[in-house]
Design a protein around this ligand. Structure first.
Ligand code: 26V
Length: 824
């Protein structure tokens, strides 16, 4: 009987307008008379949200009744960006909305840009999680994401006098994409102590008592798939004080202020995303965030399983949990605690379930990024979990001892507890031991973890526990949405948009590589995208750049290992050359725009210095009449997902120039290539596989190899060391004050000249400069360049996150797709 009341989603322009206007007038209580762009955005978003919600409900219902295995993707970061454009494209109604908005007097682009980015992540790791959600939904996998609902996402970056200034990102004022579930809550415990006793049968029992309780509240976000009724769920936990007897008493006894303070203390747990990527700092609040989120998510997963009334042995056929880096590792001892302390399972059975349930993805080999928590801190905050970790370690070390009785030193090397003072819990080891599979994110990286940080564990468990799943990106956002004209051109050649669901179909473009008109269309689209970026640069930086110049882009988090310093030193080298060039030679020089963007962690002084240097160089170069259009240097403020959607389609060359062996994968390299931008890069991360796919004549590789890095570093420290002579000239110009007060850059230069050049900037400088010259020449040859662009795009099929998710599903999760049932 209820069926007849179920709303039908709009399909025509008129129906869209009706729905949008209805939302503006009733849901928002705004008169159409003063309907501005913000209101039009809100109305449009709500109209599309209604459509998603119907699919969402149906999907969840289907998944519940099918009771087959579900994927739970645990990530502290989901760098989602905007949702409206994505929703419109997924339900295939963007044209309808465009027409409707036009009728109402608005331009689609203005409405889309009203939305605040959901920036709940730092960089590659968080964006990967977002691409995975998109792929899991588009491929109809029953999957949930679990994360934290930060009140403040990654800070907004302002550039003031050439320096980075951080501004809080309060993004929740109006967020139509989340649904608070005040009825779905979990009480999460902290501190307290552990009681141990023997029960009537003489069995050891433990329970965790006392301490304080914080309430987790679920906020659900619909994750639509592309042209499919599947709409998965992203559940983000917000924290609130648990209101109970205690508060009530405080309140009544006049301790109003302290009761409010308790409230605020609880809410700080989900207040802010930690803005460091690749630097571990061991803050108590971060550990609290991790446990709060793991405990709430595990409780929720177990609660759902228990509703099915199945025996515990079925758990592993119902649940696969993927750990996005070590941040959710506490989920391992937490599941053991639930199974043993609360559900009464024996250790062996519980351990077996845990190991089969979890998979762990490693995203870095940088030692400073590997998470360790101090034992005293963990003892204080999570006393029962520490005991369980000790128990895991005991079982594990006994196993190692039995198998390697002669290697006594191995035990201290592989112990979960590092014997430092204070002792530390090594989270990567715990994650590895508690999972059935460990994967790296590109071939080189997956090989490296087996020979470096996890070497002993390959001996202990054998090589089969380790696997590779090379990262990918969603072609929906990073081609179709960011570069609609290119997507249409490809569709016109391939006879439709099927390639957005099966990116390997792009290979069919190869047969058009010599078609004159296609080549021209391809170039025109690149040019139009550059014009758009040039307009953005004019508006935000006040600098006029020539869209015909070569656009050279490096946008990513600022980090010494990513070597933005190598790039800016290269730019200075170019500037010095231009300054000493004859007028005749200048005519032959290739004009270039060097574009930088990215955030530095607020406490990362060296990274902030690099930002400052880029801005100082820009100031000098951009106003030097000797240089004119031949060189411009731009720092784009506040790089984020929605800016990436403008920047990515507009590059001719992008830079992926990390010291070999340090960038686990990189994913923007894939985005640029998929949009017809070529790459200059080192033999690192996914660059290597990109080269294999697109062919080495279509990529510009340079620099030392990963296998030589250790020896070079050693040589710098213990043998005579000479700076590259061209780099020495660059340093002279900086030291002489060409780019302002040289004192500011002393430490940056000394790190290279005097302190061992850990990132091998000098070693790679000559080959970097040479390769850039090669790029200039290649770019001048428009026909050669066009072929490279087209072939790159045609051969990028492998790097879809759809391929990646299918690999996880097959090799790690053992799950099958499930299409929601349509109503009869
Ligand atoms: C680590 C930490 C350490 C504690 C403080 C907060 C924090 C936040 C994030 C991280 C993650 C560092 C690892 C990471 O982001 N790796 C990147 O993962 C990308 C996706 O796999 C990959 O493309 C990049 O190469 C890799 O650097």
């Amino acid at each position: 009987a209820w069926r007849k009341f179920t709303p039908k989603p709009f399909s025509t322009t008129e129906e869209f307008e009706k729905e949008t206007v209805r939302h503006i007038e009733t849901t928002l209580a705004r008169s159409l008379y003063n309907c501005d762009e913000a209101a039009a955005y809100a109305g449009t978003a709500l109209a599309f949200r209604d459509r998603l919600v119907l699919d969402w409900n149906k999907t969840q219902q289907t998944q519940t009744f099918a009771d087959q295995k579900r994927i739970y993707y645990l990530s502290l970061e989901f760098l989602m960006g905007r949702a409206l454009d994505n929703a419109m494209l997924n339900v295939d109604k963007k044209d309808v909305a465009r027409e409707g908005l036009d009728d109402l007097g608005f331009r689609m682009e203005d409405i889309i840009s009203q939305e605040h980015d959901a920036a709940l992540g730092n960089g590659g790791l968080g964006r990967l999680a977002a691409c995975f959600l998109d792929s899991m939904a588009s491929l109809n996998y029953p999957a949930w994401g679990y994360g934290l609902r930060y009140r403040y996402g990654i800070f907004k970056q302002e550039i003031v006098d050439g320096y980075q200034v951080e501004v809080p990102d309060y993004w929740l004022d109006f967020n139509p994409w989340e649904f608070p579930r005040h009825d779905i809550t979990v009480d999460v415990q902290f501190y307290g102590n552990v009681n141990r006793w023997q029960d009537d049968e003489g069995k050891q029992q433990s329970s965790w008592e006392g301490g304080e309780i914080v309430k987790a509240i679920a906020f659900d976000v619909p994750i639509p798939g592309y042209k499919t009724p599947t709409c998965n769920n992203l559940r983000l936990w917000g924290s609130k004080a648990a209101s109970g007897e205690f508060d009530f008493q405080k309140f009544n006894s006049g301790e109003y202020e302290s009761s409010v303070a308790d409230q605020q203390r609880a809410e700080t747990i989900s207040a802010v995303l930690y803005p460091n990527d690749n630097l571990e700092r061991g803050k108590e609040l971060r550990l609290k965030q991790q446990y709060f989120w793991c405990a709430a998510s595990l409780y929720d997963i177990v609660r759902r399983f228990k509703k099915s009334k199945r025996p515990w042995k079925d758990f592993t056929s119902q649940v696969a949990i993927q750990l996005n880096d070590t941040h959710p590792t506490l989920a391992i001892p937490e599941l053991l605690r639930i199974l043993i302390d609360i559900e009464g399972l024996e250790w062996d059975e519980a351990w077996n379930i845990v190991q089969k349930t979890f998979g762990y993805t490693n995203h870095t080999v940088l030692p400073e990024a590997l998470e360790k928590w101090s034992v005293p801190l963990m003892q204080h905050l999570l006393p029962r979990h520490l005991q369980i970790i000790y128990d895991i370690n005991l079982h594990f070390l006994q196993f190692v001892e039995r198998n390697f009785p002669k290697d006594r030193e191995m035990l201290s090397r592989v112990s979960i507890i590092e014997e430092s003072s204070p002792q530390m819990v090594r989270m990567a080891y715990l994650a590895l031991i508690g999972s059935h599979k460990v994967n790296g994110v590109a071939e080189l990286h997956s090989d490296l973890i087996k020979t470096t940080i996890f070497k002993d564990f390959v001996k202990i468990y054998g090589p089969d526990k380790f696997t590779n799943v090379t990262n990918g990106i969603t072609p929906r956002r990073w081609l179709h949405q960011a570069n609609p004209r290119l997507s249409e051109l490809i569709a016109s050649k391939l006879g439709g948009h099927e390639f957005l669901k099966d990116l390997t179909l792009l290979h069919k473009l190869e047969s058009f590589v010599d078609e004159k008109e296609f080549r021209k269309d391809f170039r025109d689209i690149k040019y139009a995208n550059k014009v758009r970026l040039a307009k953005h640069i004019k508006e935000h930086n006040g600098v006029t750049v020539n869209p015909a110049a070569l656009f050279d882009v490096q946008v990513k988090r600022i980090h010494e290992y990513k070597r933005q310093q190598l790039n800016i030193f290269g730019v200075i080298h170019r500037y010095l050359q231009l300054k000493s060039m004859s007028a005749e030679d200048k005519k032959k020089a290739q004009p270039r725009v060097s574009i930088f963007g990215g955030k530095a962690a607020p406490g990362y002084w060296m990274a902030k210095t690099v930002i400052h240097l880029v801005n100082q160089v820009g100031k000098v170069v951009n106003s030097d009449p000797d240089v004119g259009d031949l060189l411009k240097v731009i720092f784009l403020e506040d790089y984020n997902v929605s800016k990436a959607e403008i920047i990515t389609p507009a590059s001719d060359i992008s830079e992926h120039i990390s010291t070999a062996g340090t960038e686990a994968s990189g994913t923007s390299n894939m985005k640029f290539c998929l949009n017809g931008g070529l790459i200059i890069g080192t033999c690192d991360g996914a660059n290597i596989e990109i080269t294999r796919e697109i062919g080495e004549q279509n990529i510009f590789l340079f620099g030392n190899l990963a296998e030589d890095v250790e020896d070079l570093r050693h040589a710098h420290l213990y043998e005579k060391y000479e700076l590259d002579p061209q780099l020495a000239k660059v340093f002279e110009s900086i030291r002489s004050g060409t780019f302002g007060d040289a004192g500011q850059f002393g430490a940056l230069l000394n790190g290279i000249v005097e302190h061992g050049d850990y990132y091998l900037v000098s070693d790679d400088f000559a080959s970097y400069v040479k390769t850039q010259e090669l790029i200039d020449e290649s770019f001048k040859n428009t026909e050669e360049w066009t072929s490279k662009m087209i072939l790159s795009v045609a051969r990028m099929g492998f790097f879809s996150s759809d391929r990646c998710i299918d690999e996880y599903a097959e090799a790690i999760w053992n799950v099958e797709p499930l299409v929601p049932k349509e109503d009869e």
